[in-house]
Design a protein around this ligand. Structure first.
Ligand code: NAD
Length: 254
């Protein structure tokens, strides 16, 4: 039997940006599926939402594996019979100098960040076509639009590909009432950047941003919430930077 309540699937929803996206979507009344490789963290997140009276569940999904994605969406289809919103937030990042960039990391990053986004979007869109309504939001990055710093050969390339994929999806899914957009965050304090960003990198990055600070997970999730809302019904194929003006800036100290 199909659930009457609208269902939002958030990959990488257990911590960081994804967890705040889950919280905001739950507050908007969606049943939230916290789909993550880290099932314990996903359980914690879904537990917090249900404790607050929202409808949520954790789902173990490795977006780096096609079978895991297929199994996850099969469970979603069986349980709810629908998927109204997909937020592709799962992503990985490691930095290495270009000249020595390891091929295995390049392949792994493209697999999770790009192929994972493609496959999740295909599965979700097939469910969305049933109701001729759907919203897909891909979390890209300013690193897909500009080389943010050294070492991002795989990450930046993968996020550039996510942006191209978003545009392709917007074109091919419009006939089914599905929009596809990307949000491109600037730097945000999350478990990812706590590992990746050194103190020196943080201070230089902040100085290159007109607002002179990192963004918050809430500021990113607000953009996602808008793009999945009815108010965004005529928006598809865009990349929305949420970056404190970083992409607009040139030499910051002039
Ligand atoms: P994070 O590392 O803090 O959290 C990522 C989540 O994704 C984790 O819960 C992790 O378990 C999950 N995940 C990782 N690999 C997965 C896989 N194969 N399958 C399923 N889940 C997986 O990351 P974050 O900083 O919150 O970033 C979230 C998204 O935003 C990523 O796509 C990242 O590239 C993007 N982004 C982040 C920043 C930033 O500054 N934090 C900036 C721009 C873009």
């Amino acid at each position: 039997m199909e659930s009457k309540q609208r269902v939002a699937v958030v990959t990488g929803g257990a911590v960081g940006i994804g967890s705040e996206v889950c919280r905001q979507l739950a507050l908007s009344g969606f049943t939230v599926v916290v789909a993550d490789l880290d099932v314990q963290a996903a359980n914690n997140m879904a537990g917090k939402l249900t404790d607050d009276g929202h409808a949520a569940e954790a789902l173990r999904m490795d977006v780096g594996r096609a079978e895991s994605i297929a199994e996850g969406f099969e469970k979603i289809a069986e349980k709810y019979g629908r998927c109204d919103v997909l937020v592709n937030c799962a992503g990985i990042a490691k930095v290495f100098p270009f000249l020595d960039f390891p091929l295995d990391n390049f392949i792994a990053t493209m697999n999770v960040n790009v192929t994972g986004t493609l496959l999740c979007s295909q599965h979700a869109a097939r469910l969305m076509t049933k109701n001729r309504w759907g919203r897909i939001v891909n979390i890209a990055s300013v690193a897909g639009m500009r080389a943010v710093g050294k070492g991002r050969t795989a990450y930046g390339t993968s996020k550039g590909a996510v942006i191209a994929l978003t545009r392709q999806m917007a074109v091919e899914l419009a006939d089914y009432g599905i929009t596809a957009n990307a949000v491109a965050p600037g730097p945000v304090d999350t478990p990812m950047t706590q590992i990746l960003h050194t103190d020196k990198f943080r201070s230089e990055y902040s100085n290159a941003i007109p607002m002179k600070r990192y963004g918050t997970t809430s500021e990113i999730a607000c953009a996602v919430s808008f793009l999945v809302s009815e108010g965004a019904s005529y928006i598809s194929g865009i990349v929305m930077p949420v970056d404190g003006g970083f992409l607009s800036a040139g030499a910051p100290s002039i």
